[in-house]
Design a protein around this ligand. Sequence first.
Ligand code: ATP
Ligand code: MG
Length: 433
Amino acid sequence: MAEQLKAIKGMNDILPPDSARWEWLEDTVRRLMRRYGYQNVRTPIVEPTALFVRGLGEVTDIVEKEMYSFEDSLNGDRLTLRPEGTAGVVRAMNEHNFLYEGGRRLYYIGPMFRHERPQKGRYRQFHQVGAEVLGFPGPDVDAEVILMTAALWRDLGLTVGQDVRLQLNSLGQPAERLAHREALIRHLEAHADQLDDDARRRLHSNPLRILDTKNPAMQPIVEAAPKLMDFLGEASLAHLHAVRAALDAVGVPYELNTRLVRGMDYYNLTVFEWVTDRLGAQGTVCGGGRYDGLIEQLGGKPAPAVGWGLGMERLLLLLEEVGAAPTAPAPDAYAVVLAGAPMATVLHALEGLRAHGVCVQLHPQGKDGPTSAKSQFKKADASGARFALVFGPDELAAGQVTVKPLRDGGEQLQQRLTDMAGWASGLARASAS
Ligand code: ATP
Ligand code: MG
């Protein structure tokens, strides 16, 4: 036999029955987006490498070491499998002049790629849902994008403040960050002997990221570091205050975490993360914030923006952990076909039932026609269907089918195929309840 090929490490197949949970999550997301008036965008998986280098910043984890980049063998172009969704959405909006007529509310669902060490909740191909609001400067939309994530958790059966907790911060404006950055570098330089290699390397390139360190030995220096919050001016503080007031009014609990920074350089003002204690080290389920400089940085007409991205794998792990993920739905009915029943008539009947909204699964016949009734009923039972539809030659000749309840008892009935409207919806309703 030929050697079997395997999927790439850190890239997973999503198969039944798990795929049903993915569909359920996607359906829930789409309904949420419609309620909030967000439109779907689908951008390419592959983008010019320069888009992410310029968009995310050279000294970010993603650009420094996580990107899948390669050369197009035909023309030598530098290309990258998208590691996140925001840069591509902004590129597309710029390219198609979508922001000239005002703002946009957009969302996407799709795969992202990062060359990381695979572990629970961290993969090399993973999937994100993201929302981006482009063209609006006010704290109202910051609050809206946070509130919609809270609504999503509720839709999915998670308890806000318990299963997932909101962390909020403000990164201020570039000038405020610069003043803070200088004070921060002075502080870190004064403790240079206590910095680890990573921190020393970033001291002048990206000192803010040092505050994000997971190294316990550096916690004291980080704790004592000057806080960006103390460098924020009146306008930045007012913006944060407005977001907080909206969250308070709606009753979404949050924690002000003045040390929260995000992995990408493009954020300003509002940043937030939804975290959970139930997934170990991979505790961030969703992160986002305002990125007013990015559209211009990527060559567009200056326009403000705010958005978030959530990791679907992590969210599904969390949903399983708390028992909120549904199992795959069973069909309403399973079609058992007895020897001698004309196949074309059976298929015609099943099409009619499906047109009436019945989820019905056909038992496929073997090489020599229908398998034994006993084996078919076994499969019918295993399918989880509530009804078996028995198609026998005599019944079909009389224009009838036998409907046999498989779960909750009840009587076996002969139903007329010409009169489906009268009874088919009863089969569909049974499993919808
Ligand atoms: P982390 O700190 O865990 O590496 P991040 O800050 O790099 O996360 P973002 O770039 O903000 O993550 O992406 C948004 C979300 O996408 C994360 O909160 C997480 O849920 C998910 N995510 C990020 N990287 C991965 C990955 N390699 N595998 C699975 N999910 C991921
Ligand atoms: Mg990361």
